[in-house]
Design a protein around this ligand. Structure first.
Ligand SMILES: *Cc1c(COP(=O)(O)O)cnc(C)c1O
Length: 391
């Protein structure tokens, strides 16, 4: 697609989530795009146009969703895949070749960190990790063979918010490609492409789907990058199933309205939690106490649904807190309608030693909350009784 916005009467985030990618309007056509649960499609010869095959990513459900995501991100094109990790892996395989170098943030999703630190080196692609809040680190680490700079923002679980603009400028100067995983924000809270990011990655499993019932990933960028990523994905094969695609499209229809409520509930709870004695610290980009509050105000249009807290009583208090929850559920993952609570030391950061956790700002007692869409008073009551139990 050339410019998704010029061909689409939809402009605002809510409207794009519902109508973006514009599906067929003719008498008798269904208002909701049907699930094309077919691996293959009638095709006689090249005169019949593009050959459709679901592994190719051009099944009608995949194609519609790709157009919708490109319009939401404000990029030329997108491609949807079977998971967020497929999106990241196919992007990095497409952008690099043996002998290339990557400069990546130290604050990354665990599997992304392993992909960069352990898997890609097996293929001759080395990464240097730098503190994402310090531009000079990127400047020092970048080399002539650096092909990709890789960022995640907001970060898990300390919710650092990185301004990608100066990093994008450096990337351009050096002829590299800036890739950013913006899963924690969703396109309703952050449009990385408008800030100079070349390639935007999402785990569709989280806010895009929004109901904790599917696994998906999306890559958005220029038509030429998306062509390259698609070419690699056709070889490695992480195509998304049409049914998951249809569910993801259904999720996008309410993305904006869900994100508004996530933003609102999380801010209300963060402010309240700050005043509770068993809570030593609340980490939320919408709070003035957050180190990136000013950056967050400039780059985000909402502070998001993720918040973290540190309990004064340490790990034992965090265990008592999570055991006592009756409404919020203890589970990894995030971005669904239901509130999920986890301790990173048991889940995403289980591989790190206590001292490494401490160094990353994740001491014992650290609890991550994916604030859902429940009535905020009910959540507050649940957290209040769990804090009593935590002591
Ligand atoms: C969950 C997540 C991923 C991986 O997504 P999957 O859909 O589980 O493969 C990548 N990045 C971030 C920031 C995530 O939260």
């Amino acid at each position: 697609m050339s410019d998704p916005r010029s061909s689409d009467p939809a402009v605002g985030t809510s409207t794009l989530g519902i109508h973006g990618g514009a599906h067929e309007r003719r008498p008798g056509a269904p208002v909701v795009p049907p699930i094309m649960q077919s691996a293959t499609f009638f095709w006689g010869s090249p005169a019949d146009g593009e050959l459709l095959y679901t592994r190719y990513g051009n099944n009608p459900n995949q194609a519609l969703l790709a157009r919708k995501m490109a319009s939401l991100e404000g990029t030329e094109a997108s491609v949807v895949m079977a998971s967020g990790m497929a999106a990241t892996a196919m992007t990095l395989l497409a952008l690099t070749t043996s002998g290339d170098h990557i400069v990546a943030s130290t604050l990354l999703y665990g599997a992304t960190q392993s992909l960069l630190g352990e898997e890609l080196p097996r293929r001759g692609v080395e990464s240097t990790f730098v503190d994402p809040a310090d531009l000079s680190g990127f400047r020092k680490a970048i080399r002539d063979d650096t092909r990709v700079l890789f960022l995640e923002s907001p970060t898990n679980p300390t919710l650092r918010v990185i301004d990608p603009r100066p990093i994008a400028e450096l990337t351009r100067e050096r002829g590299a490609v800036l890739v950013m995983d913006a899963t924690f924000a969703s396109p309703a809270n952050l449009r990385p492409a408008a800030l100079g990011v070349d390639v935007v990655i999402h785990s569709g499993t989280k806010y895009l789907g929004g109901h904790s019932d599917l696994i998906a990933g999306v890559v958005s960028g220029s038509a030429s990058v998306i062509d390259d990523v698609t070419r690699v994905a056709r070889l490695y094969g992480p195509a998304i199933d049409p049914h998951a695609c249809w569910l993801l499209d259904r999720g996008l229809r309410t993305l904006d309205v869900r994100m508004r409520r996530h933003n609102e509930n999380a801010l209300t709870l963060a402010r309240w939690l700050e005043a509770q004695p068993p809570v030593a610290k609340v980490i939320y980009p919408g709070l003035e106490s957050h180190p990136d509050h000013d950056v967050a105000k400039t780059v985000l249009s909402g502070f998001g649904g993720m918040l973290s807290l540190v309990l004064a009583g340490g790990g034992a208090a965090a265990d008592r807190f999570t055991d006592a929850l009756r409404l919020a559920m203890v589970a990894p993952s995030l971005g669904g309608v239901e509130t999920l609570v986890s301790q990173p030391r048991y889940t995403s950061h289980a591989a790190l030693s206590p001292s490494a956790l401490e160094a990353q700002g994740i001491p014992d007692g650290f609890v991550r909350i994916s604030v859902g869409l429940e009535d905020v008073e009910d959540l507050r009551a649940d957290f209040a009784q769990a804090l009593d139990a935590a002591g």
